[in-house]
Ligand binder design. Sequence first.
Ligand code: NAP
Length: 432
Amino acid sequence: MRVAVIGAGPSGIYAAEHLATQYQVEVDVFDALPVPFGLVRYGVAPDHFSIRSVREKLAQTFDNPLVRFRGNVRIGRDLMPSELQNHYDAIVYTYGASLDRELGIPGENHPMSIAATAFVRWYTGHPDAIDFSDHLSKATDVAVIGLGNVAVDVARILSKSAAELEQTDIPQYVLDALSHSTVRRVHIVGRRGPANATFTTKELKELGEIPGVDVALDPADLPDDFAHASAGNKVVARNLDVMAQWSQREAIADRNIEFHFYCAPRNMDLDNGVLIVDTMKIDAQGLLIPTGGSKEIAAELVIRSIGYRGEGLPGVPFNEDTNVIPSVDGAVIGLENCYVAGWIRRGPSGIIGTNKKDAVASVNTLFQDRENTQASSSAQIDELLQHRQIDVIDFEGWKRIDAREKELGGTRNRDRTTIHSRQDLIDIGLGR
Ligand code: NAP
């Protein structure tokens, strides 16, 4: 039996691992990027060393001779889903959710209004990233919209000095841009209150541990009764304790992070350096409603961090409302021999480990339904890609890239420097 896994992020690699070790199935893991690891490489913040180190463990999956990496192959362009059906017994879609969401408010299309997804791609060295170096030299106040872990990551990267990020694998040109950043204040703007935030305590606390940076919030935004507000949710209770300590502090440092709760963005007037928000409250039924008031938050740059969203593939069912591939127990509804796991199955939530459980469950469903079809040999798919002149990067190619990034980092006393040019990655991967 041969299975194609689409997406070499954690979900895809966990699926491949389970297929190969539990069921001794041959697996080809495709990715549109020339390198594996998905959001572990292009989502997890560069200063989160221990989470990023998960990739060492993920890499071991490719030591199994049954598992092949096929990088730089975009499904839907280089190979169509219908073609995969002819070459594999089953397909597992695990390509995540890479698009951003929009607020739909005036001023959102201003060049100084950007998506956190794009900003994260830039500082992690994604090959398709937009260069935001200029943005950081044109703003002293930045508003980050959203109260999730991505908003916290973005606020932290904007607030840390370049010296503190020196030991990360951030691409050199990004580090240089951060060292010239004029940003002094980061405003984290949430439409709901401290008890409704989705960030986790460890990530939240890190904001208060950045040398030379003060964190401030209005004590009036904190609930009167923490136990009642957290309703048994330990993360919320711990978050409130952290924020209660900060509420006693004054933002007097050279760099500050300020929380603005109960503020729903209404208009980005970025030519005049302001984000206009409607002030909100939660009514007796727990509904978020406007108070009728508004306020201006200083911002020359706005980064909206309001979640990721998935996209469809030609010929694969897609739910346009929930932005996921519809499935039952991981089996795609309406398409035979197709399965789904990770963010494109359940939406953009959870930690890396959540994807393991998810991928294992989908693979188990696949195996219960198993049906050997007329899968072609691995040589046939390789010939097809060669015929289409696709520069396929295999795992040996990744090892060459890995070695070159370590070598590059060594020249600056760092463990690694991420190579961000797609062409460089391809050339190194192919040994050219
Ligand atoms: P998220 O946790 O879903 O946060 C999205 C935020 O956007 C919420 O505060 C939400 O507020 C807000 N929002 C949505 N629509 C809005 C609107 N129209 N106006 C104003 N605010 C709006 O998503 P995320 O931060 O993108 O993170 C995605 C996943 O990755 C999460 O599971 C996260 O924990 C994970 N992640 C983990 C780490 C880590 O562990 N270190 C790092 C990064 C990401 P409402 O609640 O009011 O809708």
